[in-house]
Write a protein that binds this ligand. Structure first.
Ligand code: PMP
Length: 367
């Protein structure tokens, strides 16, 4: 990235997990240009079939287990979460929704209701009723999922909690519990999907599948788009009584869909997934320092933990101002540095980034 003064910055956060294929990937730009020259918004989505959303929906379902065969496009992640929650209530006839502490699912009222931070919610109550939170990775908490529960929404790998990876087959136990109680499992892959963790979808690495999947962010290659994806029989619920049980003017915008389809193809055809684990390992090998307590992560979704925010914040500032390295912390984990570079980052750029970060850490900690 370049500042207004022409100064060069190395982006290690990808606009929070958006620029997975890098900034302005030529194939994404070409797809956008191509669509711009054809048409922009035509009709409210759903009234006429348009090629860009139809082609993208087809390509998305090709990456998924066969039961996930209906795609509803939104403009953002939080809207995709809204749609998924509505689907779950409609399909099960139940009202209770469960999510995890320190989960982030979005800022609109429904998504905020299932976000796991009271500090974020307090000023906006009352929110949705019948919400319960459980601890991520806690097997005993799974008992709170019962025949009353419409859905549990969970990030396959928690992002804003500071990158928390599911342990010891936790997700498999969760999947089992949901099948037992007839609860729908909604996986939020808004941050961890689209190749971020090294597989196209993060859930592929944990031997489970969702009933409803939500995605956004990296999906658009820099354009705004999200989706909730479900089996046809579940999706059918919002088609009748009322007819437009969920509608959106701009969701599935042709330009965003064209960009997203190009992004999906770039990830698969340029084999970006194959390099993710080795690139993550290259970061981990170099990010060794007495001030670093831990490096957590799954693929190129990583967190580097320090003692406190007071140690971390000056490191982030120093890295940005003196090294031209853009990092961040997490909404619900302020002692950890966010690392989520484009999947296209080169070995040379990783080495440059790590050396710069270590210089910033040394400067701040006086080591
Ligand atoms: N879920 C997760 C896991 C996210 O990380 C985010 C965004 N940080 C959202 C939902 C909300 O997405 P958006 O900002 O596009 O509404």
């Amino acid at each position: 990235m370049y500042g207004p003064d022409g100064r060069r910055y190395l982006d290690l956060i990808s606009g929070i997990g958006v620029s997975n294929v890098g900034h302005r990937h030529p194939k994404v730009i070409q797809a956008i240009h191509h669509q711009l020259d054809k048409y922009l918004h035509l009709m409210v989505y759903g009234e006429l079939v348009q090629a860009p959303p139809a082609e993208l929906a087809h390509a998305l379902t090709q990456t998924l287990p066969p039961h996930l065969d209906a795609v509803y496009f939104t403009n953002s992640g939080t809207e995709a979460v809204e749609g998924a929650l509505k689907l779950a209530k409609r399909h099960t006839g139940r009202t209770e929704l469960i999510s995890c502490h320190r989960a982030y699912h979005g800022s609109t009222h429904g998504a905020l209701s299932v976000t796991g931070s009271e500090g974020f919610k307090r000023s906006y109550r009352p929110l949705l009723p019948d919400i319960r939170h459980i601890e991520f990775n806690d097997f005993t908490d799974l008992e709170h999922i019962t025949e009353r529960t419409a859905a549990i929404i969970i990030e396959t790998v928690q992002g804003e909690a500071g990158v928390r990876v599911p342990e010891n087959n936790y997700l498999q136990a969760l999947r089992k519990r949901c099948l037992y109680t007839g609860t729908l499992l909604i996986l939020d892959e808004i941050q961890c999907g689209f190749g971020r963790t090294g597989s196209f979808w993060a859930f592929e690495q944990f031997g489970i599948w969702p009933d409803i999947l939500v995605c956004a962010k990296g999906m658009g290659g820099g354009m705004p788009i999200g989706a909730f994806i479900a089996p046809q029989p579940i999706m059918a619920g919002i088609r009748s009584n009322p007819v437009l049980g969920h509608c959106t003017t701009f969701g599935g915008h042709p330009v965003s869909c064209a960009a997203s389809l190009a992004t999906l193809r770039v990830i698969l055809e340029e084999n970006l997934l194959a390099g993710v684990a080795e690139k993550a390992a290259r970061f981990r090998r170099q990010l060794v320092h007495p001030a670093i307590r831990e490096v957590r992560g799954q693929g190129l979704l990583m967190a580097v933990e320090f003692d406190s925010y007071d140690v971390l914040k000056p490191i982030i500032d120093r890295a940005l101002e003196h090294e031209g390295i853009l990092t961040d912390w997490f909404l619900f984990c302020d002692n950890s540095l966010r690392l989520a570079p484009p999947l296209t980052i080169t070995d040379g750029e990783i080495d440059e980034a790590c050396a710069a970060l270590l210089r910033a850490i040394n400067y701040v900690t006086g080591q």
